[in-house]
Design a binder for this molecule. Structure first.
Ligand code: TEU
Ligand code: CA
Length: 575
């Protein structure tokens, strides 16, 4: 450790290697966190103003979604200058102040790294598109038209083709996301060198790691072949040709050599990977391969997607959710490491999605938090999740801001199919990303204490009772429950390193597992349903002499019945 590194919050943890296995990360989506200057948009000073909240919660690391210079087409995931802070969020000095303030409190800062693509307003791209002879032409992925149309059949994540024609030079450029997010050509060594240089610049400035946006998409199959078209879809599934493509491991290992290998071990890296399987994740996170510390996979957050994708929904299947978690727990038990999340800025709110945000709001928020946090892996808390924030009651299309939702809606409307547009609107209301992006509810005042101006996106009306001020001092609150979960991870080594075993795998109502190491065993049992659960065989007898570590009901025993969304955690010392 060098002197510029913050003191570790929990000195009992190993000061160097793999400290992040005992850490909890908190994600800040700056636009929606807290506005300090009344323009209706959250900013860096707003974060600095609320560090007490994070310190109280006890989290070790803050992951900050992008604050770089950006036209904000995709709320900052379209970067026009990696070395500058967007004036919307503040200045580079504000960011230095945030880094120092976090470090002073023993917390670390992870920045978002968005390098699969840039903004179309980045100077690399404006140079690249200026002519076919531009020295930066090959920094992006340009192709001639095929039969006067797009070079292949890949669709963009944000609707329509993944290709956009540049009239001036007569070629198409690839954009897996919006057409204002052209994909960089990672096969060009100059591009990779420019990215590593930028990463080193930020690490030298004092940040503690990176969350890498869609990092498994950086290596495309050189021939860019057409993808298969599934029924009812207009575009081919290109992901098999750009998800974990031919050189992705080579590039991540190179990045490790060029950026991380000569630094102290206190950094943390997590790669977002839409296509990750447990087998791939073992490769990406095997410490001996020197790629990444952990990945975000999408398996469990796809289980309620219907046949038409994320805006068509199907009922939540607890057995499938448990099966998925257990598969990942087991696959990464000996090699690699899991990240654990229910929420982020792209996902609907967990209490509304997998829980019950009306009758059993408190019970289901705490039960879902518990089953996630006590597994093996590094848990991520998304802003407001620690308060049990819910999905928004969106009333009309005017309430939405997210380009993904709006693009799909506009596309359906252009096709003139009003019933499809209505279905889509209903799907967006429950599955759209804006559910995660309504302002953090700090208090019960009209704008929830988020801004003194007009918020850029409507505040959820339930902030009148659901807010941080009401919960921070209440020992029975969801906030207090999360604080306890974070503390337990720091205090109980079995939560960090214990073996995982799923119990009652086929039961559609309870989520139950044990964690065991040489000295301690934990039993976690949650009734993940809004009906009482009656034990057929008593799960409790073996644990009769165990200590109750946590329960979200005032009393109860594992011998007979669990109330709706009741969760109990027992702890036993082993001989
Ligand atoms: O998301 C990647 C991604 O593919 C999805 O999670 C995405 O949010 C989309 O909804 C899929 O339907 C990352 C970022 O987290 C997201 O906010 C960005 O919009 C995207 O990359 C592009 O940078
Ligand atoms: Ca502001």
């Amino acid at each position: 450790m060098t002197s510029t590194q913050p003191a570790l919050r929990h000195p009992s943890l190993s000061p160097t290697a793999e400290w992040w296995k005992a850490a909890v990360v908190y994600q800040v989506y700056p636009r929606s966190f807290a506005d300090s200057n009344g323009d209706g948009i959250g900013d860096i000073q707003g974060i600095i103003d609320h560090l007490d909240h994070l310190e109280d919660l006890g989290v070790d690391v803050v992951w900050l979604s992008p604050v770089y210079a950006s036209p904000q087409d995709d709320n900052g995931y379209d970067i026009s200058d990696y070395y500058a802070v967007d004036p919307t969020f503040g200045t580079l000095e504000d960011l230095d102040e945030l880094i120092a303030a976090l470090h002073a409190r023993g917390m670390k800062l992870v920045m978002d790294l968005v390098v699969n693509h840039t903004s179309d307003e980045h100077k690399w791209f404006t140079e690249s598109r200026s002519s076919r002879q531009s020295p930066k032409r090959d920094w992006y992925i340009w192709r001639d038209p095929r039969d006067g149309a797009e070079p292949n059949n890949w669709g963009s994540f944000f609707s329509g083709s993944a290709w956009e024609l540049d009239e001036t030079t007569g070629q198409y450029f690839l954009h897996l996301f919006s057409k204002k997010q052209p994909d960089l050509n990672w096969d060009n060594p100059e591009v990779r060198a420019a990215v590593y240089q930028m990463m080193n610049w930020w690490l030298d400035r004092g940040i503690d790691g990176f969350r890498m946006d869609v990092i498994s998409f950086i290596s495309k199959h050189p021939e860019l072949p057409d993808g298969a078209i599934t029924d009812g879809q207009s575009w081919g599934e290109g992901i098999q040709f750009y998800g974990s493509g031919p050189k992705v491991h080579e590039y991540l290992q190179e990045m490790h050599r060029e950026v991380f290998s000569h630094r102290d071990a206190d950094l943390i890296t997590v790669g977002e990977m839409v296509d990750a399987t447990p087998e791939l994740a073992r490769l990406y996170t095997d410490q001996d391969r020197r790629e990444l510390d952990m990945v975000f996979h999408f398996e469990h957050v796809g289980l309620d997607h219907g046949p038409g994708g994320k805006f068509t929904r199907k009922p939540v299947d607890l057995v499938a959710i448990k099966h998925s978690f257990a598969r990942w727990q087991n696959a990464l038990a000996d090699v690699g490491w899991n990240s654990l999340y229910w929420n982020n800025h792209d996902q609907p709110r967990v209490v509304s999605r997998f829980g019950n945000d009306t009758t059993y709001w408190h019970e289901s928020a705490t039960a879902l938090a518990t089953v996630l946090h006590l597994m093996r892996g590094t848990p991520y808390i998304y802003q407001g999740e620690e308060l049990g924030m819910t999905n928004m009651s969106f009333q009309s299309i005017e309430d939405f801001r997210d380009l993904e939702s709006l693009n799909y809606y506009n596309e359906a409307n252009q096709e003139g199919d009003s019933s499809r547009a209505a279905d889509l609107l209903a799907g967006i209301a429950v599955g759209g990303r804006d559910n995660a992006r309504t302002p953090v509810q700090w208090d019960g005042t009209p704008n929830a204490g988020f801004t003194t101006g007009t918020p850029w996106i409507p505040v959820n009306p339930n902030h009148e009772w659901l807010n941080a001020a009401a919960q921070r001092t209440d020992p029975g609150s969801i906030f207090a429950w999360y604080r306890t979960l974070v503390r337990l991870r720091h205090e109980e080594p079995v939560i960090v390193d214990g073996r995982f075993e799923l119990l009652h795998a086929k039961d559609p109502q309870i989520f139950a597992y044990t964690r065991t190491n040489d000295t301690t065993a934990l039993l976690v049992v949650a009734n993940c349903s809004s009906e009482p659960f009656t034990f057929s065989s008593s799960i409790g007898t073996k644990w009769a002499d165990a200590e109750v570590l946590l329960r979200n009901q005032p009393d109860g025993s594992l011998a007979q019945e669990l109330r709706p969304w009741e969760v109990v955690v027992l702890k036993k010392r082993l001989a």
